[in-house]
Design a protein. Structure first.
Length: 160
């Protein structure tokens, strides 16, 4: 079951079903994808995935609050066909709304990474991966894995 179609007003949905909403992140940030737009892929969540995205957004709200500066979501939800289009792995929790790739809005990536490493010490999460591909760098935050586990893995990875 789809929550809404491409012409539905996100704000109307937000007011109707979500009395408490994340302070810094909007659901639309987790749905926007240039690849989906270019390839005409409908990247829309089910109700269950909306709940996952909201849980992720509240987790990222805490990070944003403590970081004290903006955070850009470069990748959030990826429906199956979008995940394949961007070369995502089959086990990606982007597909179920439990992952986001983020970057600091102020461009201070190295400071952001060090901050996250300290911030995450007492947090519950599955994976925090410091990723890079060429000159592009981002942090992958996975709240749960496919088995709904939170393993607290933090590591670096270079994407080819």
């Amino acid at each position: 079951m789809r929550l809404y179609g491409p012409r539905t007003n996100i704000l109307k949905i937000k007011k109707k079903i979500m009395p408490k909403y994340p302070k810094y992140f909007d659901l639309q940030e987790f749905l926007t994808s240039s690849t989906a737009r270019q390839k005409s892929i409908e990247n829309m969540p089910s109700w269950e995935i909306v709940e996952h995205l909201l849980e992720l957004a509240f987790f990222l709200d805490d990070l944003r609050e403590e970081w004290g500066s903006g955070i850009h979501v470069s990748s959030g939800l990826r429906v199956e066909v979008l995940n394949k289009a961007v070369g995502g792995v089959d086990t990606s929790v982007h597909k179920i709304g439990y992952a986001a790739d983020i970057q600091p809005a102020n461009g201070k990536f190295d400071d952001f990474v060090e901050f996250i490493k300290n911030w995450a010490i007492d947090k519950k999460y599955d994976q925090i991966i410091i990723e890079s591909k060429g000159k592009t760098k981002w942090v992958h935050i996975g709240l749960y894995n496919q088995q709904h586990m939170q393993r607290k893995k933090l590591f670096n990875m270079t994407v080819k």
